[in-house]
Write a protein that binds this ligand. Structure first.
Ligand SMILES: C[S@@+](CC[C@H](N)C(=O)[O-])C[C@H]1O[C@@H](n2cnc3c(N)ncnc32)[C@H](O)[C@@H]1O
Length: 322
């Protein structure tokens, strides 16, 4: 790696790429997966036979929507705030149900990807036109600072798709503590969490045979090439997922297949890779009831109820403040 004067960063992406590729070991945040192409690839991943998470959570929401609705509903109505909403495919199960029940609510999806929010808003306009929707582009960190402003009526915060797994355990505690700090006594937090299970099933979910997950991971390099004028050769890197059943951590890497130097012109940076050096790109922490209870306790939250699928692959937990 060869640096001259540190550049002035034009975007958060530029700053994070600079910091991640000049640290050792190298890393890039998974939140940058989601540009237009990344959104499209993730929607393909959700349809893959190996990626069981979406189907299992969908099943839970369909089967238990009545009971979930009863837990959410309140006389004064509620604000339904979803963090990292994505395409909202599963949330629509609840939204349709709430509309049929004539619940008084507003849906506020939040996502780092403006592209996915626009797609979600458009699809809601045609599929469930009766509901009030107020999308907001931003990161979890940005939204956490504003959440407590929603205090005129009950708020329900949704965090589906095991998005919590993309945070390290300490980040997850900080995140949940932030959620708790924004909650009033009647507010609820509803979170979907992928559970520990046969290690091969988990590993396969991040290593599909059609190569879509590999393309999703490598798309980060394409994004750096395009947005920061770099020359990553995608063929010179390979996607490498791991799963450790002891810690419950699935990790994805991009591994350099040879010694190489990559130029990132916008950052005035040359990045040197040894042969087989890694870039850590994603963590997908798996949990069980014990570790979720521990997280909740650390954050000052209490589990009210949980719902699961037949094989107990995935769970949706409802929390209130302690
Ligand atoms: C794994 S997808 C899950 C989407 C949806 N919750 C689901 O269950 O299908 C993660 C979503 O969170 C968004 N996201 C990732 N990191 C984020 C961050 N730090 N702040 C806000 N949104 C983020 C992504 O753009 C993406 O739409």
């Amino acid at each position: 790696m060869n640096r001259t004067k540190p550049p002035e960063f034009k975007t958060q992406f530029a700053e994070d790429v600079f910091c991640g590729l000049t640290s050792y070991p190298k890393k890039l945040s998974s939140k940058f997966f989601y540009d237009e192409k990344g959104d499209q690839l993730f929607q393909q991943i959700m349809g893959l036979p190996e990626y069981y998470l979406t189907g299992k959570e969908y099943q839970i929401l369909v089967r238990h929507r009545e009971e979930i609705g009863e837990a959410f509903a309140s006389l004064e109505g509620f604000d339904l705030i979803e963090l990292g909403a994505g395409d909202g495919k599963k949330t629509k199960v609840l939204l349709r149900h709430f509309e049929e029940k004539n619940y008084d609510f507003k849906y506020l999806p939040v996502d780092i990807s403006q592209n996915v929010l626009e797609q979600l808003s458009q699809s809601l306009e045609t599929e469930i036109p009766g509901i009030e929707v107020e999308p907001q582009q931003g990161t979890y960190a940005q939204v956490l600072t504003k959440l407590s402003e929603y205090k005129n009526r009950k708020k329900i915060i949704l965090f589906l798709g095991s998005n919590i797994g993309n945070l390290s355990q300490q980040e997850a505690i900080n995140f949940l503590s932030g959620i708790k700090a924004s909650m009033n006594s009647k507010d609820l937090f509803f979170m979907g969490v992928d559970q520990k299970k046969h290690p091969q099933v988990i590993l396969d979910a991040y290593n599909d045979t059609s190569g879509i997950t590999a393309a999703f991971n490598k798309n980060l390099l394409t994004r750096i090439n395009r947005e920061l004028e770099a020359n990553f050769d995608l063929e010179a890197f390979m996607h490498w997922p791991l799963y450790d059943p002891e810690t419950g951590i699935a990790k994805s890497y991009l591994v350099s297949k040879k010694e190489q130097v990559v130029q990132i012109n916008d950052l005035n940076l040359e990045v040197h890779f040894q042969a087989w050096e890694t870039i850590h790109t994603e963590i997908s922490q798996k949990y069980d009831d014990t570790s979720i209870s521990w997280l909740a306790e650390e954050a000052g939250l209490q589990i009210v109820k949980n719902w699961t699928d037949k094989e107990k692959c995935f769970k949706n937990y409802l929390f209130q403040t302690l």
